[in-house]
Design a protein around this ligand. Structure first.
Ligand SMILES: NC(=O)c1ccc[n+]([C@@H]2O[C@H](COP(=O)([O-])OP(=O)(O)OC[C@H]3O[C@@H](n4cnc5c(N)ncnc54)[C@H](OP(=O)(O)O)[C@@H]3O)[C@@H](O)[C@H]2O)c1
Length: 337
């Protein structure tokens, strides 16, 4: 008999990759729940239920029996709790086995407040939140709300919840262009404004690997952890990331390194204007993920080659995030004069 899988989301980025993988699984009966706004028309072979989870649209699906639920669109704890409570009522009657995979984020940590050489683990303290945070709609409380959502899911142990905390996710279909900011520059530009801290290391999450991890977790009874840090490659310095991003036949662009003080004076911000960059290192323990999902990881250089192929097929569009090329050019000209 086919197993019933409910995907909350599934049409944008990692969810879309997971759905592409599940399209080939004849043993699964997949339902997607979303508002029908993002990439409508994808996955005609799956059942689609349209609704807004923040307007009780998800509650009718709690009446059905599911073998697994993958939650990509949980941002608000109250609607999530309401769904889980409704699911519990139905579940009590049916006694089935359910696995609830919740996609969280490393933003549940207060990343400014760890020691310089401290490795963050799944047990490290996460953010607390207030009642007001629960309904706040700004990005300022994103981490707090995700932490509250994690707690909401963890309050239902009968659903065998597993929480995944990815870092910045990159790969085909990325709606944010954050890793692509640098990929485009490494392959399309001759001069780049970069922070002088090129030796600081970071970790990211490759969308395709993460989707494979989620597929594997769906029916894996022997996962050792209930919370996984989902960073899919070892820590790499920005210089190493740049190297892997550039195609072998593309000459290295000239790097124009600038200090943190200089950036501040120009009102250029780490992360927002220069994606992936921070003025400090934050590293995450990856051993449990590597152990429990061995064989599902793409070497970093290969993942970048795959991204280059994807964006080359799109014609290398200008990234929609970070410093615009015009603004970067103006800063570079000022630096050179
Ligand atoms: N991108 C990153 O770097 C990053 C990093 C860490 C964690 N994350 C986490 O990854 C998750 C998003 O991943 P994704 O974009 O790859 O997932 P996805 O499943 O591919 O796309 C998000 C889905 O959620 C649906 N959705 C959004 N709001 C909804 C609502 N109110 N009611 C019903 N459906 C709704 C969207 O469809 P409609 O718009 O049609 O409703 C879409 O199908 C989030 O939980 C985010 O916190 C992302």
């Amino acid at each position: 008999m086919q197993k019933k899988v409910l995907i909350l989301g599934g049409t944008q980025f990692v969810g879309r990759h997971l759905c592409e993988q599940l399209e080939h699984r004849e043993d699964l009966n997949v339902t997607l729940f979303h508002r029908g706004k993002t990439n409508p028309g994808l996955f005609p072979g799956f059942r689609h239920v349209h609704g807004d989870r923040e307007a009780e649209g998800l509650l009718p699906l709690a009446q059905e029996n599911w073998d697994a639920i993958v939650d990509f669109s949980g941002y608000y704890p109250r609607s999530l709790r309401a769904f889980l409570n409704a699911l519990r009522e139905n579940h009590k009657l049916n006694q089935g086995e359910l696995k609830y995979l919740f996609v969280s984020t490393i933003s549940v940590y207060d990343l400014d407040n760890f020691g310089a050489n401290e490795t963050i683990t799944s047990q490290s303290p996460i953010l607390s939140w207030t009642e007001a945070d629960e309904t706040d709609t700004s990005m300022l409380t994103y981490g707090q709300r995700k932490a509250a959502c994690e707690a909401a899911v963890q309050a239902f142990p009968e659903f065998n919840p597993v929480i995944f905390r990815p870092g910045l996710i990159y790969g085909p279909y990325d709606p944010t262009d954050r890793a692509y900011y640098w990929l485009w520059r490494q392959n399309q530009r001759k001069k780049l404004l970069v922070p002088e801290t090129l030796d600081l290391r970071s970790q990211m999450t490759f969308a395709l690997d993460f989707a494979r991890i989620l597929e594997h977790a769906l029916f894996q009874p022997n996962l050792s952890d209930a919370v996984y840090l989902a960073l899919t490659h070892p820590a790499l310095s920005l210089a190493e990331i740049f190297e892997a991003m550039r195609a072998s036949d593309v000459p290295a662009p000239q790097l124009c390194p600038v200090s943190g003080d200089w950036l501040e004076k120009q009102d250029i911000h780490y992360w927002m204007d220069l994606p992936l960059t921070l003025p400090f290192e934050r590293l995450f323990e990856s051993t449990p993920l590597e152990r429990d999902f061995a064989g599902l990881f793409t070497p970093f250089a290969e993942s970048m080659s795959l991204c280059r192929d994807y964006y080359a097929a799109l014609g290398w569009p200008i990234p929609q995030t970070g410093l615009s090329p015009e603004r970067e050019d103006a800063f570079l000209a000022a630096l050179m004069s």
